[in-house]
Design a protein around this ligand. Structure first.
Ligand code: CP
Ligand code: NVA
Length: 300
């Protein structure tokens, strides 16, 4: 059966752990200058209807490092963007490549594409979730701190696609998740119901961060919400991750952000550029985590 990676919990906890362990090995291998051509003659199609720096560069460089090839397909250039049906696009593209990575706004469209594809589909950010980022985040925590099982994580800010994926990660990796959002910006109810046993909802960032091991945030206005920027700046003004807020977390706590970040909005420069921040490692690990994901999906 074709394996897909649409949501983090499409995979068992065991498989997620194996991917992360392999990612750490692939990183060491790459740093040691060893050549890995496991995906020689394989092609990854990368479909985007939104901007990207990390996702595009990491998948593209990752395919090169594994001896394969990647194709950047913007919806401005392919017929999908001119209305060719998702089903037709999936049948055709999957008949020519070995895997497809999609950054498409509609999570439903990614599901439809996957249901009609003969090759693995990877969700590289939808309106609902961002599972590739969580592979990198969990790898980064493991590398820098250790096992996340039994720890407490605080999500501060918008109950968005990243927050949803942290909820899925809380279940898979068995950590507690405190979620602090302003009124009106909670995660989707379908998620709060499904992951109720792993989460605690707060309307106050300080309470959510008390004694936690990891603090995570994301932009206040995600891609596609630019028109709401001013309204959101007001709603989120008490939800900035800054030095004062980090005081409530454990002394040993660390900070993560999927990036891109807005210093002075969701995070202060002092925190993101400070000692507790793991953001550069987290970004770099997208590369190795996704190489391990590709090898897993392609049974290599
Ligand atoms: N974190 C992340 O997915 O970054 P990009 O939007 O730059 O790909
Ligand atoms: N929540 C952000 C994440 C970007 C990587 C967005 O959807 O724009």
């Amino acid at each position: 059966m074709t394996k897909h990676f649409i949501n983090l919990d499409d995979l068992s906890t065991d498989d997620l752990a194996k991917i992360i362990d392999n990612a750490i090995k692939l990183k060491q291998q790459h740093k040691a200058g060893e050549i890995n051509n496991t995906l020689k003659n394989k092609t990854l199609a990368m479909i985007f209807d939104k901007s990207s720096t990390r996702t595009r560069v990491s998948f593209e460089a990752g395919m090169t490092q594994l001896g394969g090839h990647s194709l950047f397909l913007s919806d401005r250039d392919i017929q999908l963007g001119r209305g060719e049906p998702i089903v037709d696009s999936s049948i055709v593209i999957s008949s020519m490549v070995d895997a497809v990575m999609m950054r498409i706004s509609s999570h439903e469209d990614i599901n439809t594409f996957a249901n009609n594809s003969s090759v693995p589909i990877i969700n590289a950010l939808s309106d609902e979730s961002h599972p590739c980022q969580l592979l990198a985040d969990m790898m980064t925590y493991q590398e820098h701190v250790g096992n996340i099982k039994g720890k407490t994580v605080a999500w501060v800010g918008d109950g968005n696609n990243m927050c949803h994926t942290y909820m899925q990660a809380a279940k898979a990796f068995e950590f507690k998740l405190n979620i602090a959002t302003p009124d009106g910006y909670k995660p989707d109810q379908s998620f709060t119901e499904k992951y109720a046993n792993c989460i605690n909802l707060f309307d106050n960032a300080k309470d959510a961060c008390t004694d936690v091991d990891l603090v995570v945030t994301d932009v206040w206005a995600s891609m596609g919400q630019e028109a709401e920027q001013a309204k959101r700046e007001l709603a989120f003004k008490n939800f900035q991750v800054n030095e004062d807020l980090m005081e409530n977390a454990k002394d040993s706590s660390v900070f993560m952000h999927c990036l891109p970040a807005h210093r002075g909005e969701e995070v202060s420069a002092g925190v993101i550029d400070g000692k507790q921040s793991l953001v550069w490692s987290e970004a770099e690990n997208r590369l190795h985590a996704q190489k391990a994901l590709l090898l897993y999906l392609l049974d290599k």
